[in-house]
Design a protein around this ligand. Structure first.
Ligand code: NI
Length: 179
């Protein structure tokens, strides 16, 4: 088990456009994914993108299995490894929702996102993934995939009155593992 350091906002490595992965089912790729799973679990994250641990590749993981202390109200999202993702918006209106990010520890912001999307890509074995999702699942995918094009959620916000410290905005949340 290797918990890797998560880069924080301000680090220029979070602003890069990640290139695609070209080789699937390699030892190196499986090792990277194991590290990402360990790192995400240790931080109670709902998702993690490779650039957040300094790996400049189009790879994200996400998923929630039971109650996540960072997102106690969130519905369950299947654990997914998503490589070289492509997102297609299936609606025209954006929906506001609260987001946090392991690279922006201790904070939350209200972020407009598409409420319904289709996403395609590949798993670690090179098998195709093609899903149509909505709600929190759609939000998490958009958030994680934004990390692959150098976007952190504050860069998607439109109302900065709805941005602040988690302990102030949501005093009832257990965020002790956040940072
Ligand atoms: Ni994030």
């Amino acid at each position: 088990m290797t918990v890797r350091e998560i880069l924080k906002m301000g680090d220029p490595r979070l602003l890069r456009i990640a290139p695609p992965i070209t080789q699937f089912d390699t030892d190196q790729l499986h090792l990277l994914i194991t590290d990402m799973l360990d790192t995400m679990a240790a931080a109670n994250g709902a998702g993690l993108a490779a650039p957040q641990i300094g790996v400049d590749r189009q790879l994200v993981i996400f998923g929630t299995d039971s109650v996540n202390p960072r997102y106690p109200e969130a519905p369950v999202i299947p654990h997914t490894v998503l490589i070289n993702p492509v997102i297609t918006a299936l609606d025209t209106d954006l929906e506001d929702g609260w987001e946090g990010c392991l690279s922006v520890p201790g904070m939350r912001g209200l972020v407009p996102r598409h409420s319904r999307i289709r996403y395609t890509g590949f798993d670690q074995y090179g098998d195709a993934i093609d899903r149509t999702v909505d709600g929190f699942h759609a939000r998490v995918v958009q958030h994680e995939c934004d990390h692959l094009i150098g976007k952190l959620y504050p860069m998607r916000m439109t109302d900065f009155t709805q941005f602040g410290f988690t302990e102030i905005l949501f005093p009832e949340l257990d965020t002790s593992a956040d940072d």
